[in-house]
Design a protein around this ligand. Structure first.
Ligand code: FES
Length: 81
């Protein structure tokens, strides 16, 4: 039953350094990079939403806007990069 559920999990395309990968939609960015075969050995942070090391900039297809995502909102007292 669990195997069946995994087979039906939706895959979404992501691009890492211009190369396309299909990864499960439920993964975090770091987990998706590992799923695609990359090994994260430095700057991975806590992976728990505490340290802020995983700040990310990205764009959606067709949009010129650069989006920024941090686990802690900029209005908090935490200093960002
Ligand atoms: S890795 Fe620490 S908050 Fe994301």
């Amino acid at each position: 039953m669990e195997v069946e559920a995994k087979k039906q999990e939706e895959l979404v395309p992501i691009f890492i350094m211009g190369k396309r990968y299909e990864v499960p939609a439920s993964l975090t960015i770091q987990k998706a990079m590992e799923y695609a075969g990359y090994q994260l050995i430095r700057g991975c942070g806590c992976r728990g939403g505490i340290c802020g090391a995983c700040g990310t900039v990205y764009r959606f297809p067709g949009s010129y806007k650069i989006e920024v995502d941090w686990p802690v909102k900029p209005s908090s007292s935490q200093t960002c990069i």
